[in-house]
Each structure stands twice: as structure tokens, then as C-alpha cells.
Design a binder for this molecule. Structure first.
Ligand code: NAD
Length: 493
């Protein structure tokens, strides 16, 4: 792929950053420069906010469009993504480092996400209430309206897909958007905005500003001219955003980090539990918010399980993402160093390293940011590797003797994003899931995610839900409309 220069997209135009500054993008598989992008700051965001505000409030064309027309546009975006799926998957793997087949699955998922919200917006629902409050008979009903100017901030681990989860419902609902993808991974977003540009929304309706979180992202969270900010990323930055958004009490949606438990009972199918645990922790190099990073297993089953997990982890191929290995590189050198530091901490804390635990530098991987799949056994809840989100291919193993102990260990975390239970006892599966304080749970599987079902966390894993009907409602206000059925008759004073 030839080197590309990615600009910001503001008010229907591709523009350089106001400061004229740009930044290089690095291929995590080999450290080479693959693209350059216009590195924006507060000034660029202010311009985008002004354009979005004008489009929503002064012009109002998009929000006044019939749902059917908006659906047609959102369906057209989905079709265009589908047509350019190969190009998008290549850009995603080159930029993010995930194996090509995983990028292909992400792009297909993004297509379905746009289609889901295009369909959903033409099926509105609201309540109609037959009421009487001392003034005689009235009818009360509700309608859903767009929120207004929305700032959408996304991370680097699922670049296009995290964008789709926000952009599709936000546009379908009739909002204006300013989208800020991660500075590490804007390549697929640039293609998405090329698609949006060619489809031709009213100018200012969809804007994209690239640049650092601390300036571009923070300005979106702070600005009094932004009506809503939705963010997917780390819990620490989510807390900063919640504080910044308090100025005008804008609506917020936060999809944050996790340290999710994967609870395995001795009556589970061994091969099935091992394979799902692999998907739980080694998919996308472990750079997954919902990763099953804490295996909590019944003591009598542990040795057999860990032995098999080790064999399977060591069989994972590692290499160039474009050649479809089992695992590619981590996103940046800095992130790889963070993961390796956690591995050092784990050893220092006294956990037993079963496999992995090092940078992977075989052959062509020498210059990339690869980390071998890593398993730590004999872990305890007070260890930092058990408490903190590592966001890499590192899993910890803890044991339990009773169901109550399994539940206690599973909930012994400040996060509450996801969790799973493996058992052949159906009643126990539901009992344990009922007790797990997390928003997304699985029984006898790990990690599948659907556009139709709500996604989000309890506790420090976030506020609100994406996907499904809830994911559309996040981008809507509810208005109550009351009609007096007997005009003229009041008689109060
Ligand atoms: P991050 O928090 O560092 O950055 C996320 C986005 O926020 C980026 O676009 C970044 O530029 C921006 N940002 C950074 N500082 C900011 C600030 N002060 N103000 C406003 N914006 C700012 O996260 P990351 O490293 O890109 O992604 C990894 C994290 O994302 C992990 O914690 C992971 O669990 C989480 N995540 C959560 C979900 C979910 O659905 N809950 C999904 C994917 C990733």
C-alpha cells in the first residue's frame, strides 16, 4: 500500500490541521512509517464544533430529514463499506497489527452495525398515556429527538468498529457529529469519511478531527457547544472526560476498561473451555476491553486445564498480520513495554510463569512489537497483574473450592464489564451469572458480541450502553407532549 496523507474532515472539506502540524503513523509489525496525518488541536475542534452546530441548529436539514431518508443514507454508507471491505481490512491490519481475518470480521461487523441502525431508525416507538391530572382528560405521548452536537471519541483496538458503534446510531438519530479516532489508528476512519464525503451529507453534519486526546478529545468533552460526548477507552481517561463534561452537564456515554473473570467449573468440557479461554484472552492480541484476563478455576480441574491451555497457547502462530497468523504485534512500542513491565511485575509478585513472558523476536518479527502468549498460574487477588488491566496477551489463573468462593473472586475487582461461566450444570450457570456484577456475560463461550444486544459495563467499566435499541437511545432525547382533549374548559381560578 502506498504511503497516505490523512487530513481532517470539517464542514464537508478535507483540510490540514490549523497549526499545519502533522504526525507519522507506524506499522507495529516492523516499525516502518506507513502514513502521515494532519495532527489537529483545540483550534481544529473549535472549527468542527462550529460547523456541527451550524448544521444542527441553524441549517437543521439533517435532523429534519424523514427517518426513511436518513435510513437510506446510512444503508448507503453500509453498502459502500461492504464494497471497500478488502481495502479497509488491509488498512486496519497494517495500522493496528491485528491478523487480517480479524480485520475482515470487524469490517463485516461494521457493515451490519450501519445496516442495523438504518433499519432501526424507521421503527420508532414511544409511549401514549391516557392521563387526567385534575384539569380534565389529557393525552400524553413521547417522541425521540436527536441530542444535537455529539463528540465521539474512540480507541485503537477496534478502530473502524468502535467508530461504527457510535457513528451509525448518532447519524441515524439525526445528530451532527465530530468524530475523533485514536491517533494511533486513523487509517480506516479516513476511508470511512471518504465514503461519507462521497455520499454527501449536509455540510457540517459529520466531521472528523485527528490529534492527541489531551487537546482534541478534551476540547470535545469540555466545550459548552457540544451537547453530548461518548467515549470508548481507558477508565482513567473516562474519569477525566466525566469531569470535563460537567461544565454544561452534557450527556455522556462511557465504555471503559475491564478485568473480566472467566469462571470454570470442573464439570465443564475441557477442550471447549480451553478453546474459549484462548479466544477470551488471545483474540486481538489480548487488546480487548472484555478480555477474559482472569481465569478462576475449580481446584480439582486446574492442572488438566492449565496443561492443555499451555499446549494450545504455545501452538499460536505469531507473525505479520497480513499473513494471517494467530496473533500479530501489539499496537505500539510503548504499549508493548507496558505489557512487558506487567510481566516483570507478575514474576516479582510471585506468580508462576507457565509460558510466554517475553517479547517475541523470531525472524521477521524482530523489529515489531510482538509479545508471546503468557499464562501466570498461582495468582492471588492482591497481585497487580490480577487487579489492573494489562490489555495484552497475559492471563492469570486463580483457583476456588466452592461456588461461593468462585463468585467472590469473580467480583473482587473495581471493573464490571464482562464475565463468563463454564459448567455443564445449567442451574449453576445461571446462579453464578446472576451474581456476577458485569454488563456482558457468557455461558460456555467467551467474547461473542452482537449488534442487536446492549454492550456496556457496571462499576468502573462505564456508563450507558452501546449497540441494540439502547445504543440508539443514547443519541436521543425523549420529549413528552401533552394534549388537552377539552380546550377552553379549565376552571381552576
Ligand atoms: P485511551 O483512554 O488512552 O484513549 C481512548 C481515546 O481517548 C483516544 O482517542 C485518545 O486519543 C482519547 N483521549 C486520551 N486522553 C484524552 C483526554 N484527556 N481527553 C479526551 N480524550 C482523550 O484508551 P486506548 O489506549 O486508546 O484504548 C484502550 C482502552 O480502551 C482499554 O482500557 C480498553 O478496555 C478500553 N476499551 C473499552 C471498550 C468498551 O467497550 N468498554 C472497547 C474498547 C476499548
Amino acid at each position: 500500500m502506498e504511503k497516505v496523507y490523512i487530513k481532517n474532515y470539517i464542514n464537508g472539506q478535507w483540510v490540514d490541521s490549523a497549526s499545519g502540524r502533522s504526525k507519522e503513523l507506524i506499522n507495529p509489525a516492523n516499525g516502518e512509517v506507513i502514513a502521515t496525518f494532519a495532527n489537529g488541536d483545540q483550534e481544529d475542534v473549535k472549527r468542527a464544533i462550529a460547523a456541527a452546530k451550524n448544521a444542527f441548529y441553524a441549517d437543521g436539514q439533517w435532523r429534519r430529514t424523514d427517518a426513511q431518508e436518513r435510513a437510506d443514507v446510512v444503508f448507503a454508507i453500509a453498502d459502500a463499506i461492504d464494497k471497500r471491505a478488502e481495502e479497509l481490512a488491509l488498512a486496519e491490519s497494517l495500522n493496528n497489527g491485528k491478523p487480517l481475518r480479524e480485520s475482515e470480521a470487524d469490517i463485516a461487523d461494521a457493515v451490519h452495525c450501519f445496516r442495523y441502525y438504518a433499519g432501526l431508525i424507521t421503527k420508532p416507538y414511544g409511549g401514549v398515556y391516557d392521563v387526567n391530572h385534575g384539569f380534565g382528560k389529557m393525552r400524553s405521548f413521547t417522541v425521540h429527538e436527536p441530542v444535537g452536537v455529539c463528540g465521539l471519541i474512540t480507541p485503537w483496538n477496534y478502530p473502524l468498529l468502535m467508530g461504527a458503534w457510535k457513528i451509525a446510531p448518532a447519524l441515524a438519530a439525526g445528530n451532527s457529529i465530530i468524530y475523533k479516532p485514536s491517533s494511533n489508528t486513523p487509517m480506516s476512519s479516513a476511508i470511512l469519511f471518504d465514503i461519507i464525503d462521497k455520499i454527501g451529507l449536509p455540510a457540517g453534519t459529520a466531521n472528523m478531527v485527528l490529534g492527541p486526546g489531551g487537546s482534541v478529545g478534551l476540547e470535545l468533552a469540555e466545550s459548552d457547544d457540544v451537547d453530548m460526548v461518548t467515549f470508548t477507552g481507558s477508565t482513567e481517561v473516562g474519569q477525566t472526560i466525566a469531569r470535563a463534561a460537567a461544565g454544561n452537564l452534557k450527556k455522556i456515554g462511557l465504555e471503559l476498561g475491564g478485568k473480566s473473570p472467566n469462571v470454570i467449573f470442573a464439570d465443564a468440557d475441557l477442550e471447549g473451555a480451553v478453546e474459549w479461554a484462548m479466544i477470551g484472552i488471545f483474540f486481538n492480541q489480548g487488546e480487548v476491553c472484555s478480555a477474559g484476563s482472569r481465569i478462576i478455576i475449580e481446584e480439582s480441574f486446574k492442572d488438566a486445564f492449565v496443561k492443555r491451555l499451555k499446549e494450545r497457547a504455545e501452538a499460536i502462530t505469531i507473525g505479520n498480520p497480513l499473513e494471517n497468523p494467530g496473533m500479530g504485534p501489539l499496537i505500539t512500542e510503548e504499549h508493548m513495554k507496558k505489557v512487558l513491565e506487567y510481566i516483570r511485575i507478575g514474576k516479582e509478585e510471585g506468580a508462576t510463569l507457565v509460558t510466554g513472558g517475553h517479547r517475541y523476536t523470531e525472524g521477521a518479527c524482530a523489529k515489531g512489537y510482538y509479545v508471546a502468549p503468557t499464562i501466570f498460574d498461582r495468582c492471588t487477588s492482591d497481585m497487580r497483574i490480577v487487579k489492573e488491566e494489562i490489555f495484552g496477551p497475559v492471563v492469570t489463573v486463580q483457583t476456588f473450592k466452592t461456588e461461593a468462593e468462585a463468585i467472590q473472586l469473580a467480583n473482587d475487582t473495581e471493573y464490571g464489564l464482562a464475565g463468563a461461566v463454564f459448567t455443564s450444570d445449567g442451574a449453576r450457570a445461571l446462579r453464578v451469572i446472576d451474581e456476577i456484577r458485569a454488563g456482558i456475560t457468557w455461558i460456555n463461550c467467551y467474547n461473542p458480541c452482537f449488534n442487536e444486544a446492549p454492550w456496556g459495563g457496571y462499576k468502573k467499566s462505564g456508563i450507558g450502553r452501546e449497540l441494540g435499541v439502547h445504543g440508539l437511545e443514547e443519541y436521543q432525547e425523549i420529549k413528552q407532549i401533552n394534549i388537552n382533549l377539552n380546550p377552553g374548559k379549565v376552571g381552576w381560578y
